[in-house]
Design a protein around this ligand. Structure first.
Ligand code: SAM
Ligand code: SF4
Ligand code: F3S
Length: 444
């Protein structure tokens, strides 16, 4: 019987990277990926615990899968990711359809779990064996052949913001060895990568020491930029505390894209303190100014949490003021969601209607910035890294320097290349245009 795996991924880019690596590993024991949800003999849900009723969403999803397999052989059901880590045994007790729960630092155990699978033998693997995991995956072939490829360089978090589950689900900060990251970059290049997106929960806290030499994210960026095949480098997600001068200086490197995702969460120092963010608004603005001095093209995107317990209207207005000062683009905002086990989970919540109204106001502001920025590209020629052809459409898809999606007419032979595209139209999420044949005009 053909072994087929279906992996459904929720959450952040790191989960996407992990799902791909889990699949790479399963290939070694004969599994093929299927895109048909009802055709798998192994089903993995890679889950996220960051907000809302994450746990309930997973049970709801399993309910759906159960229906799909009602008249078929049950697949081996594995729950991976941050909900698996946070809920562990509880999930197996509550939902017998689940065969195993595997936390993010135990993915090197998945092959064994599947190979030794016995009906009714429930498995929980939630140790934080980050070193063991990366050592294992360093020896697993990479199948990903994306033009823009993720590469995890760091995992976990020691910062313990009062609202956040990540330190509990991903464990303590761990940085992968410098040379291993470079050899993974080389593998991705062989598979066709032109852009590397370095990943970490605190990617700019990357800190690896070998033979008394210290390596930081800036060293990685400089080293990766030496590969001629790599045209673009990005990294996500950064913390303001770790935006050191050496990293800011990297923004003179032409291969480092001029969009920095730097979550601030709030524009009020009082709220930042209550959140245990360990940075101030002034420090954040100083980072922004320093970046602009180094490279005036740099733009910042951010995450905002609205209605954190204790947020007054004045605190909220401070956040809006900050958005007026720093014209954030590509940003996200969320209403505070109490997470079990975190310090903030016991705090008094702000009225739901007030929160919804605040969210609407902030989102309108952020979306207006976004539309304004996108409109500024109209009638200009921009550099686009072409990633693929759109399904069912005769159009190409790529991204500009600021990560905006660009949809345009052009030949497939441009896939994998930086191409000049004349932007004719835009909306909040996309830029539309066509490939330029006349290359005399200069790209923005
Ligand atoms: N490490 C990043 C940092 O320090 O900014 C953030 C990583 S977190 C995976 C992504 C975003 O989720 C955060 O920036 C925050 O805005 C949001 N988030 C985290 N916990 C949340 C909560 N309890 N309620 C609402 N949003 C939350
Ligand atoms: Fe969560 Fe980021 Fe804070 Fe760490 S630094 S606790 S990942 S929000
Ligand atoms: Fe979610 Fe875990 Fe990523 S909680 S955002 S999948 S680190």
């Amino acid at each position: 019987m053909e072994k087929k795996i279906y992996i459904k991924t929720f959450g952040c880019q790191m989960n996407e990277y992990d799902s791909n690596r889990i699949f790479d590993s399963l290939k070694n024991i004969g599994y093929k990926k299927t895109s048909e949800q009802d055709a798998a003999n192994c089903y993995i849900l890679n889950t996220c615990h960051i907000r809302d009723k994450a746990k309930e969403k997973v049970y709801h999803e399993i309910g759906r899968i159960k229906k799909i397999y009602k008249f078929k052989n049950k697949p081996i059901m594995i729950v991976a990711g941050c909900v698996a880590q946070a809920e562990n045994q509880e999930m197996i007790k509550r939902e017998p359809f689940i065969d195993a729960v595997v936390g993010p630092q135990a993915y090197h155990k998945i092959n064994e779990i599947i190979m030794n699978f016995e009906k009714n033998l429930k498995i929980e693997e939630t140790d934080f064996d980050t070193v063991g995991k990366f050592n294992y995956f360093d020896n697993i072939n990479i199948n990903s052949n994306k033009i823009s490829s993720y590469l995890t360089i760091q995992e976990g978090c020691d910062k313990f913001c009062n609202f956040c589950v990540v330190p509990y689900t991903r464990g303590p900060e761990f940085s992968r060895p410098f040379k291993k990251i470079l050899s993974e970059t080389e593998k991705l290049i062989i598979n066709g990568a032109k852009e590397i997106i370095l990943l970490g929960q605190n990617v700019n806290a990357y800190n690896f020491e070998e033979n008394s030499k210290k390596y930081r994210l800036s060293n990685l960026i400089n080293e990766i930029s030496k590969y001629s095949e790599i045209e673009r480098i990005r990294f996500i997600t950064s913390h303001p505390r770790d935006m050191t001068d050496d990293l800011i200086s990297c923004y003179t490197n032409k291969k480092l894209m001029p969009l920095l995702h730097l979550p601030i969460q709030s524009g009020s120092n009082k709220i930042l303190k209550l959140m245990n963010r360990k940075h101030t608004v002034e420090h954040y603005i100083e980072i922004y100014n320093n970046l602009k001095k180094i490279n005036s093209q740099v733009e910042i995107s951010s995450d905002f949490i609205i209605s954190y317990p204790g947020e007054t209207n004045k605190d909220f207005l401070d956040t809006l003021d900050l958005i007026d000062k720093i014209k954030f683009i590509n940003s996200y905002s969320f209403i505070f969601s109490p997470r079990p086990g975190t310090v903030a989970s016991k705090l008094k919540l702000i009225d739901k209607d007030v929160s919804k109204e605040r969210l609407q106001i902030i989102q309108k502001k952020l979306f207006d910035n976004q539309k304004f920025k996108n409109k500024s590209f109209e009638n200009r020629i921009i550099d686009v890294l072409v990633e693929n052809k759109l399904k069912n459409q005769n159009k190409l898809f790529g991204r500009n320097k600021y990560m905006n999606s660009v949809i345009f007419e052009g030949s497939e032979k441009n896939i994998g290349k930086i191409t000049k595209v004349k932007i004719e139209n835009s909306n909040q999420n996309n830029l539309f245009g066509k490939i330029l044949n006349n290359t005399k005009e200069r790209a923005a």
